[in-house]
Write a protein that binds this ligand. Sequence first.
Ligand code: M6R
Length: 614
Amino acid sequence: MCGIVGCIGHEALVRFLIEGLEKLEYRGYDSSGIAFHNGEEVKIYKAQGKLINLKNLLNGCLSENSNLKAGIGHIRWATHGVPNETNAHPHISFENKVAIVHNGIIENYKELKKELIEKGYKFSSQTDTEVIAHLIEDSLKNTDSYSAAMRHALKKLQGAYALGVIFKENPETLFAARKSAPLIIGVGENSNFIASDVPAILEYTKKVIYLDDNEIAQIQGSSYKIMDLEGNILEKQVEIIPWEPVAISKMGYKHFMMKEIHEQPDVIRQTLFDKLRCFSEPLHLPEVKLTHDTLEKLDRIQIIACGTSLHAAMVGKYLIEEFIGIPVDIEASSEYIYKRTVISKNSLIIGVSQSGETADTLTAIRQAKSKGSHVLVITNRPDSTMAREADSLLPVNAGFEVSVAATKSYTAQLMAFYLFAIYLAEIKNSLPQEEIEEYKKELLQLPQKVEMILSNKEEINECAIKFHNTRNFIYIARGINYPVALEGALKLKEISYINATGYPAGELKHGPIAMLDDTIPVLSVLVPGKVYEKVLSNSEESKARNASMIAVTSADDENLESIFDYIIKIPKTHEIFSPILTTIPLQLLAYYIAEYLGKDIDQPRNLAKSVTVE
Ligand code: M6R
């Protein structure tokens, strides 16, 4: 949520700020702004709406200008105050001495605002952020030291912040600070940068420092100091980012989402690489730091996640219970954190998060960790806060995902759960060796099967043409495909804004069936296996209420044609692996429908990819 950039010492400063914000647009996109010091004063430019509006405003300012000093930029996902120009960042203090950009929420801003108003400060925005600018300016009245003023002000804040700060009277210094919101420093040659995430700086430097909570950075063109809130200087490690800038281009696709959908076969191969070495050898998961002895004694698992990651967790629960026979509870992180944390001696907590920065999940795993649990994190970002705080890490290697709607990261999370469930089954001896070998063989077949779906999209496209004007959509499935129905419905909601709901197929008759008539399409996910006949019956019940019927299936069943108006065929696989295949047509269907509706597919309204507020 909200993206921050900052730079000092670079001659193409404004260009860096704008291009950096462009790379962070997945974090929010309702307004944007930049501020830079031109040697005399701090200039601020802001615009409501997408970044293009700010770019148009700045037309002509983008050329190199070595006279510019420090600069900061921001792309907003509104929390306090509507997304207009006044509420857009940067915010400037009362006497124009301090300009700041902020990501996070200041929980005690009302109290602070009251105190500042009593002191004579005037506020112009509805944001929580503006108090920070005034507070720092107020602290400057009692000290000549900018870092002391920063520290003094930050100690008064409750809540979360990543901050970029520049001062009118100190043009050669950029300040940054972090508490519960991500922020990195990019270390360049005679220029330094700050950003909420790596892509913003990747073209300028691969050397980064990850700020931790309650740390402040005082940054100049060719030096930096990092300190704690007491002013003690800290030694921080400079790390090298292993990615190339090309990893974040559309590679000829119209949208990142379509490119990312097509990357899934390679993502699966990549996930298996080096882990599944030979069918008869145990899986190799060196990142799992639990001893075999602890894993053997494991008697309960809790999985916490949000959104799409929560759907992957639901598949994970099914797999682990099926393969190992121990209870697995799953919970939305936002619910987990407001309940008593009940943990037993032999339990494990698994946090699942594409970004590794989702505030709800981060708080939940911290809560579990503080109670003594071992926390295993499944994330696509080994450089994220969650990954750095985890006891064990299962990286999913999906590569950088730009589209707000998660696709390839979800498939990679599913793969992580397949590997982990088989790994546990091998340690706990809970499945016959032949069965495990069968599963491993099938895992290796999955990339080609996904490729087959991707090379035959005609049927899916036809469904999209037929149904893109519908206002409601129902997805049904059972067993291990029930989370797929939820995920398919979420994809459609996110990018087309159609009211789509996933149900366990057996639940339809307990209420939702009352809605059905010829205006509501019902999509059934049904693959041969334990629940096939049951989903078929539930589909017949829907057909009898005149619903338009779509099947996503691998079955060669002549009966299907009498029930379904559209049949989207997928290759055959063992039922237990079918979520990897059934998911793909649902991603494509959501994409095509959104495309026919002319929606902004990669940046759907009201959403942001990395949700760093609770
Ligand atoms: O980064 P995380 O996986 O923790 O994010 C969780 C959700 O915010 C995320 O999955 C969201 O639901 C996506 N937009 C789904 O497409």
